[in-house]
Design a protein around this ligand. Structure first.
Ligand code: HEM
Ligand code: HEM
Length: 240
């Protein structure tokens, strides 16, 4: 190792900046697979599948957990770690971050639309639970965060670099807050749905109940790896 590289390493060790974040980002990709498989097995194998229009209204509901998990949680998580996980130039990573977050947001909006459609077609009132209130908060904040990010880092890119750096700190903090809130909301959603099903006769320790609880636990581990990756200093590119 060249002495310059060693000096650089020493400097970062002093700052506590010696964690190689890349393996953590592999863990994120790895945990995404069981989370997606589990929510699909639940909704397709145990709950009868997904449908936008069906006389069996439960199939409309099933779209909701699938899109919320694959959208906001998994795609949103991959978007957050894109700066740490990908070997490309900053500009390309910025575009990937932006597009993945837009995809997460769109899937999230369709997922919420699906559960409203399910409620309306079943004659069930809307927005009665803590889960649903937090859910609206999550989707609104996620949308604001995206627009704010776009305006600051694309539209006004390079206009005022000191303003940009202070807004970047706010962007990262708000981004992680919204993401953690989304994971908490998803956990409440799993709990709520499982409680509904158990109240109507589903076995409390049956295989479906265990699957739903483990899906939530894997989701939490996935999100924890996302957050740890984001707060760990980058080992390849200088952090903001
Ligand atoms: C980021 C994740 C999520 C968000 C933002 C979210 C958001 C929402 C919103 C806004 C509603 C209200 C719909 C209405 O009132 O018509 C709702 C309903 C519902 N969601 Fe989620 N959801 C998420 C994840 C999940 C997950 C993973 C499940 C697991 C099954 C779930 C289960 C439910 C259930 C059972 C309802 C109907 C009962 C209620 O309104 O509380 N949600 N969700
Ligand atoms: C809801 C949407 C968004 C969320 C939740 C979000 C969240 C985050 C988070 C948590 C970070 C920190 C990543 C890290 O330090 O490793 C970050 C960084 C960043 N985001 Fe976003 N973001 C969103 C949308 C956007 C958009 C639309 C842009 C526009 C290009 C953008 C531009 C940036 C930039 C430039 C960084 C700094 C990367 C660095 O220098 O380390 N973000 N974002």
């Amino acid at each position: 190792m060249s002495s310059e590289k060693e000096r650089e390493k020493e400097k970062t060790m002093v700052a506590g900046d010696h964690v190689d974040v890349l393996p953590l980002t592999f863990l994120v990709h790895l945990l995404a697979i069981p989370a997606i498989v589990m929510v699909l097995v639940w909704s397709i194998h145990f709950r009868g599948g997904l449908s936008w229009n069906s006389s069996n209204k439960s199939l409309i509901f099933n779209i909701h957990p699938v899109l919320m998990l694959i959208g906001i949680i998994i795609t949103g998580g991959e978007a957050i770690i894109s700066y740490k996980a990908l070997p490309f130039k900053k500009k390309i990573k910025k575009s990937i971050h932006l597009v993945l977050h837009a995809t997460a947001l769109i899937l999230g909006i369709i997922g919420i639309y699906a559960v409203f459609k399910f409620h309306n077609e079943m004659g069930i009132v809307n927005l009665y639970s803590l889960h649903s209130w937090l859910g609206i908060g999550v989707i609104v904040l996620y949308g604001i965060q995206w627009i704010f990010g776009f305006v600051m880092f694309i539209y006004y890119h390079g206009v005022n670099s000191s303003l940009k750096s202070s807004t970047l700190h706010l962007h990262v903090k708000m981004g992680l807050f919204v993401y953690v809130l989304a994971v908490a909301t998803a956990s409440l959603g799993f709990l709520e749905k499982l409680t509904f099903m158990q109240t109507s006769g589903l076995s409390k320790h049956g295989s479906e109940a265990i699957l739903v609880n483990f899906t939530a636990i894997i989701t939490i581990f996935y999100a924890a790896s996302v957050v740890f990756s984001a707060v760990s200093p980058s080992s390849t590119t200088p952090h903001h």
